[in-house]
Design a binder for this molecule. Sequence first.
Ligand code: ADP
Ligand code: MG
Length: 140
Amino acid sequence: MAVERTLSILKPDATERNLTGQINARFEAAGLRIVAQKRLQLTDAQAGLFYQEHSARPFYKDLCGFMSSGPIVAQVLEGENAILANRDIMGATNPANAAAGTIRKDFAVSIDANSVHGSDSPAAAAREISFFFSTLELVG
Ligand code: ADP
Ligand code: MG
């Protein structure tokens, strides 16, 4: 195992319900450190760029609409094996399938309003971190 960084997003359904602190506490309790964080609202086009890997999927248009519908919190989480560790803390994409104690099981509203995003590979983490954060915003 190695110390990694991963890109996390608290989605509009989470900020709307004022869950930033409760979700962040899950990351910290699991040993992940929030090393960068900002609250912003994406345009539909920016959401489309972020999720371009899904551009051919039937849910893409709704996904971009949802992700640009309100403020999000973009953050970089750091820790041992952070990419997979965060995916475990998040739970399955569909909250109906998410394990007990995961963020999506406890907070998600639906498969689209599922509260959090997390990078799924080292290559995705590198691309997604640089999408939101400049080198000046990333303290070593
Ligand atoms: P994850 O966020 O778990 O990595 P994906 O990368 O497969 O999941 O999908 C990106 C996001 O698109 C999901 O978090 C979810 O909000 C949305 N999504 C995925 N599959 C569906 C679906 N079948 N119907 C509606 N929205 C979906
Ligand atoms: Mg994904």
